[in-house]
Design a protein around this ligand. Structure first.
Ligand code: 5GP
Ligand code: MN
Length: 347
C-alpha cells in the first residue's frame, strides 16, 4: 500500500486526463467488473477513459454497464485505436493481475508507456511495475479493493447502481458465490454496502450463473461423463478438454468457466485441475481445498500463479504429455503439497 494522497492527486477532477484501464487476458467477472466500475467512476470525475482488454471475454458479462465501449486488443479492427490510446495515456490502470506478462500481446505496448502506472490487485507476488499500487492478498477480489479505494478517497457518493453491480459481480465470483475461505467479514460488509447502493444481488447471480446456452449445458454433461479422471489415491481429480471437444460443442469464451469446481466437489478430492487445449498451448486451472495450496505448484511447474486455492498456468507440450507430467508431479509432491513443504525440482 502506498500514499493515498499521491493517487488522489492523479485522479483529481482538477484536470481531465487521458486514462486507459486494462486487465488480464480472458477477463473474468472480477477483472471486467473492476475495470468497468472504475471507468464509470473516473468518467464521473471528468476524465477521458477507455477500457482495453487483451482478449474477448464471456458473453455472460456483456450486461455490465460500459461493455459496449470496451476495446478488444485481439480484434484486428480495433488494434490501431488501442495502440494509439495506450501510447497517449497519461495514466494506465492494471487491474486484477500482478505481472505484465498476463497482458499477453499487449504487454510490450504497456511496458513502453510513459504513463503513470497504477496496479490494483489481490494476487500473490506482484511484479514491481507500478507508480502506485493498491494490492493486498488478503482481499478476496480486486472489486473489494476497488470499493475500499473509492471510499478511502472520499468518493462513496459516486458509486451508483451500475458501478455497485460491477463491483458486486467480481466479489461474488471470486469468492465462488461466498463459499471459498477468502469470504471474510469484510467481504460481507462490502457486499452489504453494495446492495445498499443498489446492486440487485439475485439478478446478478442469475445473469452470471444461470444463462447457459444449450450447447454449454450439454458440454458440461459431456465433460463430467467422458472427460473426468479421478485419482483417489492422490486425492486428485482432473478434466481434460481437447480442441476437438471444444469444436464439437461450438464452445464460446467462458463455456469452461467453473468446470474445474466440479472436480473439486468430489468427496475426498483436495486438488483439481482443468486442462483445456487451445490454439496457443494448454491452459490449466488449478483448485485446491483446505490447506493445500496450488499457487506455488502452478508457478514452479506451469509458468503460472494465482491464489492459494485457485491458480492457473500454461503448458507448451501436447495435452496428453501435459497430463502425464501433471500426474507425475502430483505423485512426487503429494506429501509436500499436503504438508505445505518445499516443492521438489523436476527430474
Ligand atoms: P482461473 O483458473 O479461473 O483461470 O484462474 C484462477 C486464478 O489464477 C485467478 O486468480 C487467475 O487470475 C489466476 N491465474 C490464471 N491463470 C494464470 C496464469 O497463467 N498466471 C498467473 N500468474 N495467474 C493465473
Ligand atoms: Mn480477481
Amino acid at each position: 500500500m502506498q500514499n493515498i494522497d499521491l493517487f488522489k492527486e492523479q485522479i483529481s477532477s482538477a484536470s481531465s486526463k487521458k486514462i486507459v484501464i486494462t486487465t488480464h487476458h480472458k477477463p473474468d467477472a472480477d477483472a471486467l467488473g473492476s475495470s468497468l466500475a472504475l471507468a464509470s467512476y473516473l468518467k464521473k470525475k471528468g476524465h477521458q477513459v477507455n477500457v482495453i482488454t487483451p482478449s474477448d471475454y464471456p458473453v455472460f458479462l456483456h450486461w455490465m454497464k460500459g461493455n459496449d465501449e470496451v476495446i478488444n486488443y485481439e480484434d484486428p479492427g480495433q488494434l490501431e485505436r488501442a495502440e494509439k490510446l495506450i501510447a497517449e495515456a497519461e495514466i494506465i490502470f492494471c487491474l486484477d493481475f500482478s505481472c505484465l506478462s498476463r497482458l499477453q500481446k499487449m504487454e510490450g505496448s504497456v511496458r513502453q508507456s510513459k504513463a503513470f502506472m497504477v496496479n490494483i490487485d489481490h494476487h500473490q507476488e506482484p511484479e514491481d511495475f507500478a507508480d502506485f499500487s493498491y494490492c493486498s492478498t488478503d482481499a478476496a477480489a480486486t472489486c473489494e479493493l476497488m470499493y475500499d479505494l473509492m471510499v478511502k478517497v472520499g468518493d462513496r457518493d459516486l458509486i451508483d447502481k451500475d458501478i455497485a453491480e460491477c463491483l458486486y459481480s467480481g466479489i461474488m465470483t471470486d469468492t465462488g458465490g461466498f463459499r471459498h475461505p477468502n469470504t471474510t467479514k469484510n467481504v460481507h460488509l462490502v457486499t452489504a454496502e453494495l446492495i445498499d447502493l443498489g446492486a440487485d444481488n439475485s439478478k446478478i447471480a442469475r445473469l452470471i450463473y444461470d444463462t447457459y446456452s444449450v450447447n454449454r449445458l450439454k458440454f458440461l454433461g459431456f465433460a463430467l461423463t467422458r472427460r473426468l479422471t479421478i485419482l483417489p489415491e492422490l486425492n486428485t481429480a482432473y478434466i481434460a478438454i481437447s480442441k476437438k471437444d471444444l469444436r464439437k460443442y461450438q464452445s464460446q469464451t467462458g463455456d469452461t468457466e467453473g468446470l474445474v469446481n466440479y472436480a473439486l466437489s468430489l468427496d475426498g478430492i483436495k486438488v483439481a485441475a482443468l486442462f483445456t487445449e487451445r490454439k496457443d498451448g494448454v491452459k490449466i486451472s488449478f483448485r485446491s481445498a483446505e490447506d493445500v495450496s496450488v499457487n506455488k505448484f502452478a508457478a514452479k511447474y506451469f509458468n503460472g500463479g494465482g491464489h492459494k486455492n485457485a491458480s492457473g498456468g500454461t503448458s507448451n507440450v501436447p495435452l496428453e504429455e501435459t497430463i502425464e507430467r501433471f500426474k507425475e508431479l502430483i505423485k512426487e509432491n503429494k506429501q509436500i503439497l499436503f504438508n505445505q513443504l518445499e516443492l521438489v525440482d523436476e527430474k
